[in-house]
Design a protein around this ligand. Sequence first.
Ligand SMILES: *[C@@H]1O[C@H](CO)[C@@H](O)[C@H](O)[C@H]1NC(C)=O
Ligand SMILES: *[C@@H]1O[C@H](CO)[C@@H](O)[C@H](O)[C@H]1NC(C)=O
Length: 400
Amino acid sequence: MSKLGILGRSGVPRSNEGMRLIFSAVIGVMLGYLFGISFPTVYITKLHFPSSIISYIEDRNSGITTQTLLNHAWTFANSKKRNSSESNSDEIPKIYVPTNPKGAESLAPGIVVPETDLYLRRLWGEPSEDLTSQPRYLVTFTVGYPQKANIDAAVKKFSENFTIMLFHYDDRTTEWDEFEWSKKAIHVSVRKQTKWWFAKRFLHPDIVARYDYIFIWDEDLDVQHFNAEAYIELVRKHGLEISQPGLEPDKGLTWQMTKRLGDQEVHKVTEERPGWCTDPYLPPCAAFVEIMATVFSRDAWRCVWHMIQNDLVHGWGLDFSLRKCVEPAHEKIGVVDSQWIVHQVVPSLGNQGMAENGRAPWEGVRARCRKEWGMFQTRLADAENAYYLQKGIIPPNSTA
Ligand SMILES: *[C@@H]1O[C@H](CO)[C@@H](O)[C@H](O)[C@H]1NC(C)=O
Ligand SMILES: *[C@@H]1O[C@H](CO)[C@@H](O)[C@H](O)[C@H]1NC(C)=O
């Protein structure tokens, strides 16, 4: 079960049956209100509310006077009706707006809100005065409680211009409240799920549409030499749509591309071991970053989100295919050298696997990672071949 801890964070006890009832009652009344004011002329006059329903709603929510709202809607609808009957157009035309988001064509465009954000709001006062700040950047960490010191240090490298979001895979959320910043963070808790599982489910592009840049980070990163504002400045300056900070050379380094170069701000190409790159502008020599500390622009993320598969939760192989989402990839994917991190290589989620056939938990996880990588490559190649075939084009030999 997932807990978006927004209510919990503002001091309301979680998983409290009483609260839940009140909450659903409020939602019910709000829905009633919305229907009432959204379609007064079209529907209200035709709807017949039995008085028992009205008093039922009132009983469940003595604070809000539903009757008043309905009266208001009635008056409004009636006067409209009188006006429209004068002009002899009793038939109200149906709304159909093909340019609305798919499925919402029957709504007047003015009421359609296709995107949202992760800003916290108050339960009282003027909605327009709720937000004291509207961060333009989002950073997510997928965390287990044992890494709390690391995450605390990392979060402090991100200014108030960032929304902080934690994905908890060990179901321990309340313990984080020892940190002041945690009370304003977004917490999503689901047992034993991976970063890409969370990202696919909770970072839909329409949900994070307010953020210019989205950091999707692991928990085992040492950020001593990293400053998030400075990083974003460099990413903007060099036009990087997908990026990562350089990695300190002597630890956790798999690819030359991600290795920090001491003498420059960013790099976009590198040299690998002989024979590793078929093309100097293709991974792993260019158009390539790893998936441990990736930073996406809004547009790049919209594409990458669509490429993430629901069932391939480890994201292996994604790094080699990120280039499908930006053009030209060898110029828009790169590594920021002057803001760099150390990958500490703590296989924490790996230990949340299951011991099977005499294998340690992490071995099963590792095997699954490899299998997913193969599956992802096959799916991508098949999809592209199918596309080319359908278009009557002979598929290029390399689609990986
Ligand atoms: C009805 O028409 C009158 C006169 O044209 C106008 O003053 C009034 O605001 C209209 N009422 C509504 C609800 O549109
Ligand atoms: C936050 O963003 C604003 C506007 O871009 C900027 O002026 C400010 O310096 C930023 N805060 C920090 C701590 O960098």
